[in-house]
Ligand binder design. Structure first.
Ligand code: 5AD
Ligand code: SF4
Length: 454
């Protein structure tokens, strides 16, 4: 079979990065080889994100930009199949094709295991199009091949969907109800990833710490129990998970952070707002004090624990005083990383029709002020790293020859001069300088027992 080429553009969250890798895996048996640019590709997939309006609009402008490439391929006697996958596809369905007729395939996040048959049918019949935005009863995980090698740091989806219905969020609608993968299939995929070279696994889910899954003993395991079992996999050096909901950090999970050394001392724990009234309007299901108690419990269990968070500014009705509370909370916790967004009304969500929608100019101004505070605590943390020696897992080559890039336990990017065979090893690195958004270091030694023995 002649190789065909597929280009996949990924928007949005890590779950989409994972989905993109899985789509490459299901297409490989059809002879599709992944390429880095859309020009000339036989199949172009946009794996989309619907979380904020800008993300959806970007998909339409990217589809517009594809049109000349689509035409050029046809002029050369070929055919470029265009597929839109992910949450925009789920939300827009056939409406997408009415606006962008070059789209052949529309598939939601739950159906990409059906991609090979959809592509085959489109190729076979002229003018045939496909749209599948259903939530099948048999979960897609049961139909996916085990992943290929993905390097030293791999993702593993263990949970999908969300039952929380925060009033601003489309995820419960686009990703559907919570589904937890059973333990056996998670451990099988994890062992496979480690055998393929992964030293670090990040467990993924929209609401990952709400995972509670079927175990081989017929019982339902807690998330903490799963982490303890994962940690037993020989060769696995680091374990992470994202994204967590504050309400689902229970005592068992806190204890896992105390007991499991390979569980990294870093947690992305979105708070969204520092105002109890806004948290209530967002239907977050917790107040500020509960969040702070959780942070304190995590730090008591693992004193080097650092936090990152998500924030939304300009939620409907947010007053200046309530926004101030968000600034105060951000200062109090001292997040080492954070993502902050202007509230974006999403059609069909309760907050989109709430009174008191905030002017964009106010959102812009609040976002800028919050980002100053967040940048300060991030910079202060990074500066305090200088002089410290920390274990870094090298996972890719840097821009300069002889340079490797990895991550510290608390997720800072670390650049260091290191021989290529240090790739995929955990090394002790002495931090010597702070870059704009990263750390620079010098390798002190290889701490990784497995590689050091080679
Ligand atoms: N507007 C702005 N930000 C949003 N997020 C989710 N929905 C919206 C929205 N409608 C943010 C939240 C969430 C992150 C993934 O995206 O902060 O944690
Ligand atoms: Fe969206 Fe809230 Fe679910 Fe997170 S917890 S995915 S913000 S509904």
């Amino acid at each position: 079979m002649n190789d065909k080429t597929v280009f996949i553009k990924t928007y949005g969250c890590q779950m989409n990065v994972y989905d993109t890798m899985r789509m490459k895996d299901v297409l490989a048996p059809l002879g599709y080889v992944a390429v880095e640019a859309p020009a000339g590709a036989d199949l172009v997939i946009l794996n989309t994100c619907h979380i904020r309006e800008k993300a959806a609009e970007k998909v339409y402008s990217d589809l517009g930009r594809l049109r000349p490439l689509h035409q050029a391929k046809a002029d050369a006697g070929g055919r470029m199949i265009v597929a839109v996958a992910g949450c925009v596809a789920q939300a827009e369905g056939e409406a997408l094709r009415r606006r962008m007729p070059i789209v052949d395939i529309i598939l939601g996040p739950q159906t990409y295991h059906r991609l090979p048959e959809m592509v085959t049918r489109v190729l076979r019949e002229a003018g045939h199009t496909e749209c599948d935005t259903t939530f099948p009863v048999d979960p897609k995980f049961d139909h996916l091949p085990l992943p290929g090698g993905e390097g030293p740091s791999a993702f593993l989806a263990i949970q999908e969907g969300c039952d929380r219905f925060c009033t601003y969020c489309v995820v419960p609608y686009t990703r559907g109800a919570e589904y937890a993968r059973p333990v056996v299939s998670i451990l099988e995929e994890a062992r496979h990833l480690v055998a393929a070279g992964a030293r670090e696994i990040t467990l993924l889910g929209q609401n990952v710490n709400a995972w509670a899954g079927e175990a081989p003993d017929g019982r339902t395991w807690s998330f903490g129990r799963l982490l303890r079992d994962m940690a037993e996999i020989p060769g696995l050096g680091r374990l992470r998970y994202t994204t967590s909901h504050p309400r689902s950090v229970d005592a068992d999970l806190v204890a896992a952070h105390r007991d499991v050394p390979i569980l990294m001392p870093f947690l992305h724990l979105p708070i969204q707002s520092g105002s109890n009234r806004i948290l209530h309007a967002m239907n977050r299901g917790h107040v500020v004090a509960e969040y702070l108690n959780t942070v304190a419990a995590l730090k008591a269990a693992r004193p080097d624990m650092m936090l990152s968070s998500d924030f939304i500014v300009g939620f409907p009705g947010e007053t200046e005083a309530e926004f101030q509370e968000t600034l105060d909370l951000a200062k109090a916790v001292g997040f080492v990383q954070a993502f902050s967004f202007k509230y974006s009304p999403r059609p069909g969500t309760p907050a989109a029709i709430m009174p008191g929608q905030i002017d964009d100019a106010v959102k812009v101004e609040r976002l800028a002020r919050l980002q100053v505070v967040l940048a300060e605590s991030q910079a202060a943390f990074n500066a305090a790293c200088v002089g410290q020696v920390m274990p870094v897992l090298f996972e890719r080559h840097g821009r300069y020859a002889g340079q490797l890039v990895g991550r510290s336990p608390t997720m800072q990017g670390v650049f260091a001069k290191a021989p290529a065979h240090f790739m995929g090893t955990i090394c002790d690195v002495r931090i010597v300088a702070v870059g704009s958004n990263s750390l620079q270091g010098v390798v002190d030694g290889v701490t990784d027992e497995r590689k050091a023995a080679e």
